[in-house]
Design a protein around this ligand. Structure first.
Ligand code: SF4
Length: 366
């Protein structure tokens, strides 16, 4: 009988797993994968540790993994990523397929910044003020409940790969976008469209109020005050410092970084864009990259012909992504082998139905 889980609570997996040697972990993970054969697919986000991503059947960013999940017919999908990604996989797969997150503590601090109750309050306030002129758009880094909220109100999901396309669609429907939960991705995408900062307002869920940091106006874009605790730590002074230390270096950042940092960078784009840009660069190119630490290190290892470092070398990896380690992966796989799946991610059917509407609107734009 599968243990279905809605709340994030990871029981300790015990010494029997955490005390294993590196060789034993690799050997038993490989053996469990072989036992499960075609019943199992392991999906790995690019921000995962090297020793976990080594076991992924597919690697990708959120958009790529969502598309892959939608095509899979495996009985078990083990998602090496964070909670909202596993929820998305559950929404996109058939009812009889089982999605497992190896450690339930692998959440996303950004997704947690938009609670459904707070978003409902915000929506009531905004619609009272602006009437029926708003379409909600949520970054894929959000809970299934937020995706469903958006889907029920004519809105849709976006990822960092397709945010511009989604914004273009949304503004064709309504005058204003409410974008959540990442103010930086929203601001950077609005700016890429030529919106001035004075056309953007910020909704603070703590204050339950709109702020106009660049002059009160008639906002086209309302940004939920949320952020990624990793990407927000790449600041403008890091760009100045790295250029002073390494003349000729190119600065490549993710759009979850602050607007001021993105404005100084040579290029900005999604995780897949960053990987592609580095792959296509000529040998000898120097890069300072503003994204998650594990990915930057992996790019440096895979491209010794280029010089690659983190834009902020004192930054930590994403701590929640790093919750997924080999002991938890092995524990999850051996539970599947035993026929007792643990950490099964199941989204409530009504929530899943509306979240799917919001996701499908995005996928239809591709
Ligand atoms: S890197 Fe940021 S957005 Fe991505 S999972 Fe970690 S906290 Fe969430």
């Amino acid at each position: 009988m599968a243990a279905f889980v809605n709340a994030l609570h990871q029981a300790p997996i015990g010494e029997a797993y955490t005390g294993l040697s590196s060789e034993e972990l690799d050997r038993r993970i490989a053996a469990a994968k072989e036992r499960l054969g075609r019943d199992l697919v392991i999906l790995g986000h690019h921000y995962q540790r090297d020793d976990v991503i080594a076991f992924a059947d597919h690697r990708g960013d959120s958009l790529k993994l969502a598309r892959i999940a939608a095509e899979l017919d495996a009985r078990y999908i083990v998602f090496c990523g964070v909670h909202f990604m596993a929820e998305t996989a559950d929404i996109l797969t058939a009812d009889e397929q089982i999605v497992v997150l190896p450690d339930l503590n692998a959440g996303c601090s950004m997704a947690d910044m938009a609670a459904i109750e707070d978003v409902e309050v915000c929506w009531d306030l905004l619609t009272e003020q602006f009437g029926d002129t708003i379409i909600p758009v949520t970054y894929v880094n959000s809970t299934a409940a937020i995706k469903a909220f958006v889907g029920q109100r004519g809105g849709l999901v976006c990822t960092s790969s397709n945010a511009e396309k989604v914004f273009a669609y949304a503004w064709a429907q309504k005058k204003r976008i409410l974008f959540l939960p990442d103010e930086h991705l929203g601001r950077n995408t609005g700016a890429a469209f030529g919106l001035s900062l004075s056309e953007m307002a910020v909704y603070d869920p703590q204050e339950m109020a709109l702020a106009y940091p660049h002059g009160e106006g008639d906002p086209r874009l309302i940004l939920w005050k949320g952020h990624c605790s990793v990407h927000q730590r790449f600041e403008p002074h890091h760009v100045h410092e790295v250029r002073r230390r390494y003349p000729g270096i190119r600065v490549l950042v993710h759009p979850e970084c602050r607007y001021e940092t993105v404005q100084l960078a040579d290029a900005c784009g999604s995780t897949e864009f960053i990987i592609r840009t580095v792959k296509q660069a000529p040998p000898g190119t120097k890069w300072a990259i503003g994204t998650e630490h594990n990915l930057v290190n992996r790019l440096a290892q895979e491209h010794p012909e280029q010089f690659i470092l983190s834009l902020n070398e004192r930054i930590c990896p994403c701590l929640t992504m790093n919750r997924i380690d080999r002991p938890h992966l092995l524990w999850a796989l051996e539970n599947l082998v035993a026929g007792t799946p643990h950490n099964v991610i199941r989204v409530e059917p009504e929530v899943a139905r509306w979240a799917r509407v919001a996701i499908d609107r995005m996928l239809a734009l591709a």
